[in-house]
Write a protein that binds this ligand. Structure first.
Ligand SMILES: NC(=O)c1ccc[n+]([C@@H]2O[C@H](COP(=O)([O-])OP(=O)(O)OC[C@H]3O[C@@H](n4cnc5c(N)ncnc54)[C@H](OP(=O)(O)O)[C@@H]3O)[C@@H](O)[C@H]2O)c1
Length: 268
């Protein structure tokens, strides 16, 4: 099992939702953690809670939409920690709505945060990891990467892109010592973008807790897993159906009321 003690980790989206839960589980296992997001005050709140554990906690307030701020994040962490062992691309935006009605700026922002920012941060850190012959990039995708979600099609597209980009890099850089993993959470209860919606998810989709997502992150690090779907239902079978027969997969989404659920989620 790989030790987390004294490993230096960056986690984006560390100000609220799932990010702080992941950060806490890493710190409990001895890692030093840099949490990042735009809101300095929210980061300080989270850090105040995390610092009680003894590991180093750094906060870096940046907007991941802006390349110079992505560079600032990496530079600040290197200055404080000396090196970076693990990058967890967790920050994300769920832009929902009828696609034809979405403002172009909302579409652009979603692609920037969910896909381009992980690509950019990885590009900034990868040369160091390759030089060290060690490192781990962990990307938080979604089950929406496996089955396109209606009224969240842009979100799905970014998450599918994130997952396949990760796989491509994993294959390209096998044997270099740098690892790449993807986590696919389902609807997360208690905290985060789905919990704020305040409704129960459809039976076919089920849900998961933020602690289960944090455990999956620990598992990809410590047990060298490459992909984990975190969900209460055996959704992988429906993903196999999608691959074998997209028509049957679409039909299942309609009869299970998953499409209606997504429509109601945006108030239509
Ligand atoms: N919650 C779920 O049900 C669920 C399910 C599947 C996958 N996921 C994925 O899990 C990850 C975390 O989701 P969550 O539910 O915890 O989300 P959340 O509660 O909405 O938190 C999003 C985080 O991203 C940060 N962020 C957003 N835009 C940013 C920007 N431009 N620059 C820097 N930071 C930014 C936010 O901080 P600031 O606003 O302060 O910047 C916040 O810390 C996301 O990638 C999401 O897609 C979530």
């Amino acid at each position: 099992m790989i030790e987390l003690k004294n490993k230096n980790v960056i986690i984006t989206g560390g100000s609220r939702g799932i990010g702080p839960v992941i950060a806490e589980s890493l710190i409990i296992n001895g890692a030093n953690v840099a949490i990042s997001a735009r809101s300095e005050s929210a980061l300080q709140n989270v850090a105040g809670h995390l610092s009680k554990t003894g590991s180093k906690v750094l906060t870096v307030a940046v907007d991941l939409n802006i390349q110079s701020q992505r560079e600032l994040l990496v530079d600040s962490v290197l200055k404080e920690f000396g090196t970076i062992d693990i990058l967890i691309n967790n920050a994300g935006l769920e832009t929902e709505g009828a696609y034809a009605e979405l403002p172009w700026t909302a579409i652009q922002e979603t692609v920037e945060v969910n896909l381009l920012a992980p690509m950019a941060l990885t590009r900034l850190i990868l040369p160091l990891m390759l030089m060290n012959k060690s490192g781990h990039i962990i990307n938080i995708a979604s089950i929406a990467a496996k089955s396109g979600a209606p009224y969240a099609a842009v979100y799905s597209g970014t998450k599918a892109g994130l997952a396949e980009w990760t796989r491509g890099l994993r294959l390209e850089l096998a044997g270099t010592g740098v690892r790449f993993s993807t986590i696919f959470p389902g609807y997360v209860t208690e905290v985060g973008m789905f919990a704020r919606f305040g409704k129960k998810s459809p039976w076919i989709i089920g849900s998961c807790s933020p602690n289960q997502v944090a455990k999956a992150v620990l598992n990809v690090i410590q047990k060298r897993k490459i992909e984990i779907i975190v969900n209460s239902r055996p959704l992988r079978y429906s993903f196999i159906i999608n691959e074998l027969s997209p028509k049957l997969g679409d039909w299942l989404m309609h009869i299970s009321k998953a499409v209606d659920f997504q429509r109601r989620k945006i108030g239509k």
